[in-house]
Design a binder for this molecule. Structure first.
Ligand SMILES: [Zn+2]
Ligand SMILES: [Zn+2]
Length: 202
C-alpha cells in the first residue's frame, strides 16, 4: 500500500524521507563508492597478476611485460585485463543512456574514458537513476566493481551509513558488500536489502 517508490537498483522500498530519487540510500551510497574506486581498480587490473601466482612467476612475468603487455598479455593476465575492459563497457552503456553529453566526442584511451565516466556519473548520480534501464545498468556497474575487487582479492571496507540505527538511534550502521547492515553499537543486524524502518517492531 506504500506510495513510496521501489529502488530501481535493488528493488527495496525507498525509505529516505522525502525520497531523494528512485534509488535507495544504500544503493546511492554504494554506487558512489564504486564510482570513486573504479579508476584505481582499473589500473590495478592492468598491473597485478591473479592471486596465488607463484612469486617467481610474478617477477618473470613482470620483467617480460614491460611495454608490450597490452599487445601480448600472458595467459595469466587475461581474466584481469578482460575484466578491466568489461568495467569500461558497463560504465559506457550506463552513461550512453543516462548522461550522453558526458561521452567524449573524440577517441579516448579506455582508462581515461573510465575515469571521465566515473566522475560524470558520480556528480549527477540521482539523475542517472531515472528509468528501469538505468537501474539495470547501474547494477551491472556495481557487479563489475564487485568482481574487480574479487579478482584483486580486495575486500570491500564496511561502509558507514548516514541513517541512524532504528533500534538504538545512534549513527553507527555499517554495511558490507553483500548488503548486510549491522549496527556497531547495539549489534542489531539486517539481511541484505531489508528496509530498515520496517523491521523495528520485530
Ligand atoms: Zn537500492
Ligand atoms: Zn543500534
Amino acid at each position: 500500500m506504500s506510495s513510496r517508490p521501489s529502488c530501481l537498483v535493488c528493488g527495496a522500498v525507498v525509505t529516505s524521507d522525502p525520497p531523494k530519487g528512485l534509488a535507495c540510500d544504500l544503493c546511492l551510497f554504494r554506487l558512489r563508492q564504486a564510482l570513486a574506486q573504479m579508476p584505481r581498480l582499473y589500473v590495478q587490473l592492468h598491473l597485478e597478476l591473479p592471486h596465488g601466482t607463484p612469486h617467481r612467476q610474478h617477477e618473470k612475468t613482470a620483467n617480460r611485460l614491460q611495454w608490450k603487455f597490452r599487445d601480448a598479455p600472458p595467459p595469466l593476465r587475461l581474466p584481469l585485463l578482460a575484466h578491466a575492459d568489461r568495467c569500461v563497457v558497463a560504465l559506457r552503456s550506463w552513461a550512453q543512456d543516462a548522461l550522453p553529453r558526458c561521452l567524449p566526442t573524440r577517441p579516448t584511451r579506455p582508462g581515461h574514458l573510465l575515469q571521465t565516466l566515473c566522475n560524470a556519473l558520480a556528480s549527477d548520480l540521482p539523475a542517472c537513476l531515472a528509468t528501469p534501464a538505468h537501474g539495470r545498468q547501474a547494477r551491472a556497474v556495481w557487479a563489475a566493481y564487485a568482481h574487480a575487487r574479487d579478482l584483486l582479492h580486495q575486500d570491500e571496507p564496511p561502509l558507514r551509513l548516514p541513517t541512524p540505527c532504528p533500534v538504538c538511534d545512534l549513527r553507527s550502521l555499517t554495511t558490507t558488500t553483500d548488503g548486510t547492515v549491522t549496527c556497531r553499537s547495539c549489534t542489531a543486524c539486517w539481511p541484505a536489502h531489508t528496509p530498515l524502518r520496517h523491521t523495528r517492531s520485530r
